[in-house]
Design a protein around this ligand. Structure first.
Ligand code: BGC
Ligand code: NOJ
Length: 816
């Protein structure tokens, strides 16, 4: 069953029924100001940091009810009835309804009582404000006398404190109202120099800023007193719950239309110009008034919207493909790339599954996110790499996360995840291949943001590399530390205290438990390091030792990390095997199969192929590849959080979608295009659209998890949007299945597509040059021959284009 459809021409998903299984959301904003918006206008906004600069309130654990949002109420003043044009919060029946989620904007339209209302929500480029552009049309043959009421509920900035510290917070709310603009200025009198504003383009009949005055005591957002009676209370909040609401009377002749603009924004004043006059306590509004004057005018708003569209077109045009499969095309060309950008912006901070309070930017997560977006915004990727590296510790290790507002590392969700540093190497290698910007390696970057500790970025990479070698366990495999990529495989935690965090508790010295997954990751990273070192330092540099370390680790994995039919997962704190046929539960895990094969381990002797067969046999389901089998049926003290989840959920044998593309890539490496693409389609959201009642999350973006075969809700997705799944699926399909792969020396074209495909074409911007690629299958197999601008070339790497060239045509014949 579907709840909408894809409009690929407009790059939109159109939801045609408001009561989707879960709120289906979208994001507004690209740089500083962000909003989450659901298909019924639920959600909230913040400036940079979802915890510390939250503009509006949201109550998460109401989902799917999803109430708190950017709500407008329409009232027919003749008939004394009112409704929400976005369905929520009144949930009155609508004659028609649609929600168009587009790239950086959402348009929610409906008709009720023959009044059509369409609201376009978006954030203009480089502005700290959001626009709600409401167009009302009277479809009646008689005049309509309407009232429009806007509403938002302000958050008192720190979202965590706002939700908990009521003894203080019920006393601090403050607002000002001037010329119909509502200014939210809680704590401005003291240490803040920022405020929020809520403005409207039209003359007002009234306003409200105190929640109880607007809703009425014991009434909810579905039935506000002010809307019911058709008249604002003109309340001025002091303490309690500051809100913003405007009342705009609108008369529409038969079949006439009118447009209203609402602005919600964030603004900072210079510390020495907070008040106007300076010795007063009155907010200085002069600095924000010019912005209001611009964006309350329709022509500027329309131009800002066009600029937003152009921005997304430019980003997405970096890679466009046309394959025989519509789900591949749609995800690569539109939604997967878009999700990668959103994930880049927000890491794991704010979604309907991440509260914006708990998690900052993950070190491991942000490095992997880079893989999916750096071709679209290489200059921002450069900045991100330097930010991440500046949180690295002098030991080469890493804080597990950092806060976007301060860019400083913290151990709020633990530290000593021994895989963390290695992801920096992969991210920088990918950046170098994409951009050729070798100068980044010389950039001076501090450790732990400490002034005076700077070294070149190159040294950061070497310390990351050595960090693993300095921490080897009894078998010569990398020690796992708190955990590796799998945060929940906590082999040194041993927690038996309720409520204790698995992510921060350590009850055992971590000198025995080892990770085969880190070993695979290390071999892959070491090979990248060797390639970088050879090019950067020449043959006498670190390249040789890196190769040796890779070979040594590979040998160790083959000796101690092979279980007979698949790669072992780990050794626990007692030196016992994890992920082995010897285990009662958790006999086979997906991560080491992916990473060891991606690192090239066991390809020569057939073990890689055997491991992938085992994945197919034991882990693959129609809904994707589960993380492990058999699921843990009880809590194992020595394994930690992984066994805390009911079977089939999350890390305990859920389909943890992030890991699936590792297997797709591994299959592609072995030349199995059919299997790689089959796995790709199993979790591709568009391909799952037809079973939305099972999948339940948005059909246009990946979710972190789909319930595994042990769960009663097998196939149900959770944790959509902010997941490394986005970047890795993008890499798997574009670089390994379609095979368009940046290398240090040029653009490699090595497709491993399903045998049934006749070919495909693609346009890829690489180092400023557009490559027009046409692949035609002429026979079986994956061998290719390339003709570049009419000239046959040796091998499958298109050499870098000569200066001044803007286009290169590549004809590829595949198969013999
Ligand atoms: C989740 C993991 C997550 C970790 C850190 C765990 O509860 O299952 O997926 O990475 O928390 O926040
Ligand atoms: C989600 C986390 O953000 C990511 O860092 C981790 O690798 C996975 N969960 C698996 O535990």
């Amino acid at each position: 069953m579907q709840y909408g459809y894809f409009d690929d021409t407009h790059r939109e998903y159109v939801i045609t029924q408001p009561d989707t299984p879960l709120p289906w959301i979208n994001y507004l904003g690209n740089q500083g100001y962000f909003g989450l918006i659901s298909n019924t206008a639920g959600g909230y906004s913040f400036y940079r940091d979802a915890r510390l600069r939250r503009l509006t309130r949201y109550r998460y654990n109401n989902a799917p009810l999803d109430s708190s949002g950017r709500y407008l109420y329409l009232r027919d003043d003749d008939a004394n009835v009112f409704w929400s044009p976005t369905w929520q919060p009144t949930r009155r029946d609508l004659q028609d309804y649609s929600c168009r989620h587009g790239l950086g904007y959402t348009i929610i339209a409906s008709t009720c009582h023959n009044i059509h209302a369409a609201t376009r929500y978006f954030v203009p480029q480089n502005q700290n404000l959001e626009i709600w552009q409401l167009t009302l049309t009277n479809q009646r043959d008689t005049p309509a006398h309407l009232s429009v009421f806007s509403s938002i509920e302000f958050c008192l900035w720190d979202a965590n404190d706002d939700a908990t510290n009521f003894q203080r917070n019920y006393n601090i709310g403050q607002v000002e109202i001037e010329d119909g603009v509502i200014y939210h200025k809680t704590e401005y009198r003291e240490r803040r120099n920022h405020f929020a504003y809520f403005a409207c383009s039209e003359p007002l009949a009234g306003f409200d800023t105190q929640r109880e005055a607007f809703l009425g005591a014991y009434r909810g957002w579905d039935n506000p007193l002010v809307v019911a009676r058709g008249e604002s209370a003109n309340s001025v909040a002091l303490g309690w719950q500051p809100i913003g609401s405007h009342h705009v009377p609108v008369t529409l002749a038969p079949h006439a239309s009118r447009q209203l603009i609402f602005l919600l924004g964030y603004h900072e004043n210079p510390i020495d110009a907070k008040f106007d006059p300076p010795d007063s306590q009155t907010l200085n509004k002069r600095t924000v008034q010019p912005i209001l004057a611009i964006y309350l005018r329709r022509e500027h708003v329309d131009a800002a919207f066009e600029a937003l569209r152009a921005y997304w077109d430019r980003l997405l045009n970096t890679l466009q493909v046309e394959t025989p499969d519509p789900h591949t095309n749609r995800m690569v060309n539109i939604w997967n790339a878009y999700q990668c950008m959103v994930t880049f912006n927000l890491s794991r901070s704010a979604s309907f599954f991440e509260s914006g309070i708990g998690r900052g930017m993950g070190f491991r997560d942000s490095n992997q996110d880079l893989l999916g977006f750096l071709h679209m915004v290489p200059e921002r990727a450069r900045e991100r790499i330097l930010d991440i590296a500046a949180t690295q510790l002098e030991s080469g290790g890493a804080y597990h996360q950092y806060q976007p507002l301060t860019k400083r590392g913290n151990d709020g969700v633990g530290s000593n995840f021994n895989d963390d540093p290695l992801w920096l190497i992969l991210a920088v290698a990918t950046y170098l291949k994409e951009t050729g910007d070798w100068r980044i390696l010389a950039a001076q970057v501090p450790y732990d943001n400490r002034v005076g500790s700077e070294t070149p970025l190159y040294e950061h990479l070497q310390r990351a590399f050595r960090h693993t070698l300095d921490r080897l366990g009894p078998h010569g495999l990398p020690l796992i530390g708190r955990a590796d990529w799998n945060d929940c495989l906590n082999l040194n935690c041993f927690s038996d205290t309720p409520g204790e965090s698995f992510q921060t508790t350590t009850n055992q010295e971590g000198t025995v438990a080892e990770s085969v997954m880190i070993a695979g990751l290390f071999v892959a990273a070491a090979k990248e390091m060797a390639a970088i070192a050879e090019r950067y330092e020449g043959s006498t540099g670190a390249g040789g030792p890196c190769c040796e370390a890779a070979n040594q680790m590979e040998a160790t994995v083959l000796e101690h990390g092979w279980d007979g039919a698949w790669f072992l997962r780990a050794y626990d704190a007692f030196g016992h095997k994890v992920g082995s046929h010897e285990c009662a539960e958790g006999k086979i895990f997906v991560e080491p199969q992916g990473w060891c094969v991606m690192a090239g381990i066991g390809i020569a002797d057939g073990r890689a192929a055997r491991a992938l067969e085992s994945v197919h046999e034991h882990l693959a389901t129609p809904h994707g590849i589960v993380l492990l089998q058999p699921a843990f049926s009880r809590y194992y003290l020595h394994l930690g959080e992984i066994s805390s989840y009911p079977a089939g959920y999350k890390e305990n044998a859920g389909i943890f979608c992030h890991t699936n593309p590792w297997i797709m890539i591994a299959e592609a490496l072995l030349g199995h295009g059919d299997r790689a693409h089959d796995y790709y389609l199993r979790i591709n959201p568009s391909a799952r659209e037809a079973q939305s009642e099972v999948h339940r999350c948005e059909p246009y973006v990946y979710a972190q998890m789909i319930a595994g075969r042990d769960a009663p809700t097998h196939g149900e997705a959770k944790n959509s949007w902010l997941t490394g799944t986005a970047a890795w699926n993008y890499v798997a399909i574009t670089q390994w299945i379609l095979g368009i792969r940046p290398t240090f020396d040029g653009l490699q074209i090595a497709p491993v597509i399903p045998p049934g495909w006749r070919g495909f074409s693609a346009a890829r911007v690489f180092r400023g040059v557009t490559y027009r690629i046409h692949v035609e299958r002429k026979g079986n197999g994956n061998a290719v021959s390339l003709v570049v601008d009419g000239q046959p070339i040796q091998g499958n790497v298109v050499p870098l284009a000569s200066a001044g060239k803007s286009q290169v045509v590549v004809k590829v014949i595949q198969g013999k």
